[in-house]
Design a binder for this molecule. Structure first.
Ligand SMILES: [Zn+2]
Length: 403
């Protein structure tokens, strides 16, 4: 590596937050007059919040939900089996004695580790669970359509994770949905002192319009295919009184410590997540590498930049070390690209041409290097259900040939 470049950001001539590694190309990012991003402002506010008082507020909200629920479930906890959902289940069941209904929208891209974590959390917390799984062909078709529609590979997951828990809330008449990390934490969309808005009907309207399933219909996807992704109607949401909250607005959120906690107390497992140096966010999925690689090709940064920025805010890395990590990992071609091309039938050229179309105009002329990943991914890039079926098939064939 050229030492003159040590600690410098990937893209020349682009504004970066002066505190962390976030560039101006992040969607909806806002800098203050000093050039500090909203997530950095948020992390400062977080230290001055009275978390004891917030904890009391949380207790009140949960007690109230319990007394209203009667014999129904006290709340819905949307879970993926990730570190956040395991921690949510711990807080709600063990600390506050809630009886939640756990709800999972499966992207159907479960990693082996992620599948274990999901099953393990259900066993450890004794919660009832509902899971929705879109069929393989549909997932593959939407993955193709997703790239041209929104420039990443994961529309079905974004949309399903938003819609399915709300559908369950309406059908089972469970009004309270409890999510994990606060929007203020590092999304850049809001801060603790300047919250996004109330998570009410206006919010649902806005989110549902952004992920409108009708806009995905094309010659290989029908409106009927899109059924799982529709939000309940506003009338249905209002009638059920649906509202959502994030535990991270009431509990001091610390990813690293929570991960260690669920690992040490509940046998939660990390794995390799492509495109970054941490193994505990999106560990449940085989495709985050593609999600973040497309972000890199569009916006010039990926998951390593995002996570390094969190670590810089928390004093775990210097900003220069953060930039070095982002340059090392963001540009690495993920193994999941091969899987993506296989399921969509796209060629490499088609993929890269599409990504060039999606690149932000302000960075069109900046060269974004890509590097070959030389080590083998820690686990296989194939959805775990497919791996299971394949394994049994091998066994069956052996038995047949032995007969
Ligand atoms: Zn920042």
């Amino acid at each position: 590596m050229n030492n003159d470049n040590y600690g410098k950001p990937q893209m020349e001539g682009i504004q970066y937050c002066i505190r962390c590694c976030i560039p101006a190309t992040q969607e909806l990012v806002k800098f203050d007059e000093m050039g500090i991003c909203q997530a950095c402002q948020s992390s400062e506010q977080k230290i001055h919040i009275d978390w004891v008082e917030k904890g009391n507020e949380l207790k009140k909200i949960l007690d109230d939900a319990k007394s209203r629920a009667g014999n129904n479930y006290d709340c819905i906890v949307p879970i993926s089996g990730g570190k956040d959902s395991t921690f949510q289940l711990h807080v709600l069941t063990k600390i506050y004695g809630m009886k939640p209904l756990a709800v999972t929208f499966s992207h159907n891209w479960y990693s082996e580790t992620g599948w274990y974590n999901l099953m393990n959390s259900l066993e450890k917390f004794n919660v009832d669970h509902i899971m929705f799984t879109p069929n393989r062909s549909l997932v593959n078709r939407i993955a193709k359509r997703s790239l041209e529609a929104i420039g990443d590979t994961c529309w079905h997951c974004h949309a399903g994770v938003g819609a399915f828990p709300l559908q369950v809330a309406v059908r089972f008449n469970i009004p309270l949905l409890i999510y994990g990390e606060s929007i203020a934490e590092s999304s850049g969309r809001s801060s603790y002192k300047n919250p996004l808005m109330d998570f009410n009907v206006d919010y649902f309207m806005k989110v549902s319009t952004k992920r409108n399933p009708k806009s995905m219909v094309c010659d290989y996807i029908t409106e009927q295919d899109m059924r799982p992704f529709f939000f309940p109607t506003i009338e249905e949401l209002e009638k059920a009184g649906v509202r959502l909250m994030h535990l991270g607005d009431y509990i001091f959120w610390d990813d690293e410590r929570q991960m260690e906690f669920v690992r040490d107390h509940y046998d939660w497992k990390e794995t390799e997540v492509e495109g970054t140096y941490k193994g505990y966010k999106s560990a449940e999925c085989i495709m985050p590498g593609m999600h973040d690689y497309t972000n890199y090709l569009k916006r010039g940064y990926g998951r390593a930049t995002y996570q390094a920025s969190v670590d810089v805010r928390n004093g775990l890395l210097t900003r220069e070390e953060g930039f070095e990590l982002s340059k090392k990992y963001d540009s690495e071609i993920p193994e999941s690209l091969d899987y993506y091309l296989k399921i969509t039938g796209m060629t490499k050229e088609e993929f890269y041409n599409m990504m060039m179309d999606k690149r932000l105009p302000e960075i069109k002329d900046i060269e974004l290097p890509v590097t070959i990943k030389t080590r083998k991914n820690k686990e296989r890039i194939m959805p775990y259900p497919e791996q299971l079926v394949e394994k049994e098939k091998v066994k069956l064939n052996k038995e047949k040939s032995a007969e």
